[in-house]
Design a protein around this ligand. Structure first.
Ligand SMILES: [Zn+2]
Length: 235
């Protein structure tokens, strides 16, 4: 949980080590859920356990491991779903209450907390990072000591290179990083630490980055099929 009245809660769910987030306003206990996937009831239980109210759904991008419980959540709550228009156009994603956004749009959660939608393409054309105060939720753009694959349909390693530079140039280096998967040695990081430790940040040239990111990968490949998954039974 962060300071200054901002509420950030990270939890891991699903067979692919996805991180979900509740981000919002500590005072009103209203939060957005970022990338609801894999098991709606677990998400609802998590919110109930924390005594927070989910008021928005935020999508970093359209891949099914980030959105596959949007419809299920909407069955029990009538709340807006936010995604950049570029991602909706690319993927054909649709659901009830879908709000089409432009880069830089802001959302208000609770009374005090403002979230900015940063367009961070490369993994997909409309990938979005959500910035609030001194933190950023990056989806499959930037991981702890990694970055999102660029070989899936819509991915572009040259665009990813520019996006990673932009994050470093635009944001304070003490910005706390909250990634979309638990792929690193730690569950969060800072941009500063990533500059020092993330191999994808270490390439001085575009060519070197693209070669490394695409090594052994086939451009335009499809996502693996969605596995059946339900959470392990609680003991
Ligand atoms: Zn993805």
């Amino acid at each position: 949980m962060a300071s200054h009245g901002v509420f950030i809660h990270q939890f891991e769910l699903g067979p692919w080590d996805n991180f979900l987030y509740f981000i919002g306003d500590k005072a009103s206990r209203q939060v957005a859920v970022v990338d609801p996937a894999w098991h709606a009831q677990t998400i609802l239980d998590e919110a109930a356990g924390l005594d927070v109210e989910i008021t928005h759904i935020l999508c970093t991008h359209s891949h099914f491991d980030h959105v596959n419980q949007v419809d299920a959540l909407l069955q029990s709550m009538d709340i807006p779903v936010h995604m950049l228009a570029a991602e909706i156009e690319f993927s054909g994603f649709s659901c009830e209450n879908l709000v089409h956004h432009s880069p830089g749009d802001t959302l208000r959660i609770g009374d005090h907390v403002e979230i900015t939608m940063m367009h961070t393409p490369g993994h997909t054309p409309g990938s979005t990072s959500y910035r609030l105060r001194d933190s950023i939720v990056t989806g499959d753009t930037l991981f702890v000591q990694g970055c999102g694959r660029c070989d899936f349909v819509g991915g572009d390693p040259e665009v990813m290179y520019t996006t990673l530079r932009l994050l470093i140039d635009k944001l304070p280096l003490d910005t706390v990083l909250y990634p979309g998967h638990n792929y690193g040695p730690t569950v969060t990081s800072t941009l500063d630490k990533e500059l020092d430790n993330n191999p994808y940040m270490a390439f001085p040239t575009l060519d070197g980055f693209v070669q490394h990111r695409m090594d052994g990968k086939t451009p335009g490949s499809s996502l693996p099929p969605m596995p059946e998954w339900s959470p392990p039974k609680k003991k």
